[in-house]
Design a protein around this ligand. Sequence first.
Ligand SMILES: *Cc1c(COP(=O)(O)O)cnc(C)c1O
Length: 435
Amino acid sequence: MQKNRSGLLKHYDKQYLWHPFTQMKDWLKDEDPPLVIDRAQGVYLIDTDGKKYIDGVSSLWVNIHGHNHPKINAAIKKQIDKLSHSTLLGLANTPAVELSKKLIDIAPGGLSKVFYSDNGSTSVEIALKMSYQYWQNTGKKNKRTLVHLNNSYHGDTLGAVSVGGIDLFHKVYRGLIFKTVALKRPYWDAVWDFEKLLEKDSSNIAALVIEPLVQGAAGMLVWSKGILKEFRRLCTKYDVFLIVDEVATGFGRTGKMFACQHEGVTPDFLCLAKGITGGYLPLAATLTTKKVYEGFMFDYKDQKTFFHGHTYTGNPLACAAALANLEVFKKERTLEKLSPKIKFLARKLKMFYNLPSVADLRQCGFMAGIGLKGRWEDRLGARVCQAVRKHGVILRPLGNVIVIMPPLVISINELDYLLEVTYRAIDQMVIRKRA
Ligand SMILES: *Cc1c(COP(=O)(O)O)cnc(C)c1O
């Protein structure tokens, strides 16, 4: 890329672009010009000046097999010459049908229907609306309340925000959202609170929605073993749906294809997005059971149809990428090769306890967080992420938690480098603060 072209793009960025989850006042006054990514290869992102960076957060937790993967590229190119889009409203298309079968094949047993949408938030919206409408359709009209956990994150659309529990993101929208019940205290306490709630009130509860094993956006908060299974048992006992949001954990992140499989749990709704296309194109799916599906089988005049659908639902290019993603999982034995890397990450993370500014370490498979001591206003996380850039690493923090979540395909050497650079950045930041 020409040098002046790169400069122009940086200028246009500040002139025209409004970035998500970003205080634009800070963005505009930042002396470092914005990084504009132009190309990518494997685990590396390459900017308009030709500089290479390790993609340490998988481009917001989506990339699995690396960028510019020949098999996924080829699948999308092949599909583009046949059909780029056609609607699922009243029609089907080849990749969407094929993918629905493949998803059911790999999902926890008992899930049998796939409803597509375009992103994680909509996959959750759909589960919320379906679970609510199921009870309306089948005559249990009081079962309307949705229960969620404290610190939860399920996306940014208003339904997803209603079951969200992160004040920094969600508080300002309180006046817009519907009422839910939040299980206040985390983990085993939440299970016991849920049981008490069910004993008293299950006839008013539609569903419990959770992120299984680890609450990602909350800062990689890892659950204790057995909780997921216990939530499943209670939901079954009290006839309440269990909605499992695997938008972040799905597609290998926790070491198994789905987090549910660690505890042998089948949810009533499984929400998938992020990694579903290997990080190539936006696509989401909400998987559910025959029971739920049959709760919508009425005569048209009964008006019990699931009246929901997005324009690009089941987009053939995205579905072709998703099919290729699953192929690559098999061909490259991605999950098998991941297990030593998870162990390496665990071993190497322990080293961070040597740093006085590290408060705690969190890891679930290939999702990790390094919690820093400090006030949130000091933005230590952001400062560490700024510092690692100078050494060719891209990270994005969650407040004071440094997220480590590289593509599953990363090599041990690259992972080692990423962690070394992060370690030094945390170490040096503290020295600078003391000086
Ligand atoms: C990212 C995320 C979402 C939202 O997905 P989008 O594609 O950003 O709408 C929902 N739930 C979880 C657990 C997530 O990590």
